[in-house]
Design a protein around this ligand. Sequence first.
Ligand code: SF4
Ligand code: SF4
Length: 280
Amino acid sequence: MAGKKIAVLSGKGGTGKTLVAVNLAAAAKNSCYVDCDVEAPDGKLFFRPEIAETKEVCVLVPRIDLSECTACKVCVEFCRFHALAFGKKPVVFDEVCHSCGGCALVCPQKAIKETARIVGMIEKGVSEGVQTFCGSMNMGEATGVSVIRQLMDSVKNETRLTVIDCPPGSACSVMESIREADYCVLVAEPTVFGAHNLAMVYELALLFKKPCGVVLNKCGDGNNPSREFCLQNGIGILAEIPFDSALGKLNSEGKIAVRVDYPKKELFFALLARVREAAE
Ligand code: SF4
Ligand code: SF4
């Protein structure tokens, strides 16, 4: 039976999404951690995994044989992603191409062939029983979706609990990361801006019909607009992590709270129990 997949999201970077994701995976011990934040893959800085396998991620992009091309523009008109432009002959913009293969199919001269292009990399490793799957996209790439798709393929049949560390925001890369998730954990800061970002990812979870709960991070004594948002919308609060300089220091040193002598680490074990229960 497939294990549950838990996606950890936040509306922007710096909210504590990776803090929550790595601690959930480490607390579960025999689990998988998937770092889909392929633009800033810092999960491995925490897990420091022993790397077992490295794999390049390739996509297919069109190559045009200009000696066969009659400049009919059919391919340019076909491409909905504007990855083909026309001067005297068609030109391909690799970074914008979505590898749909359509231009090669519609070319009446069969002048377009697809070739592989490397866009990123996946590293599989292990760290104290946690299987890690970390993706990174090459510099200059417009999207990390292909890398994320391959990452998620790697854990498709996993029987262990899988924690997905999503990219921040609510763009296509986040959608790709939560597609297979059974449950979403939304991490939010206690500010008006934080509540606004929470609303964005909550909307995304609703759109994908994913059950979800919220972790309020950096909580203090004052007002918490993100908590108010949860109360107004009937969203369950899974945990409130206090604003704590000791936890901040651990995080900046790349240490995982549940693996070291952190006095409040029970908080993460309790969160894991609540998430497991909610995801059933
Ligand atoms: S493969 Fe698809 S996205 Fe890429 S250039 Fe051709 S039609 Fe456009
Ligand atoms: S569809 Fe084929 S022949 Fe027409 S412009 Fe594109 S590459 Fe050239």
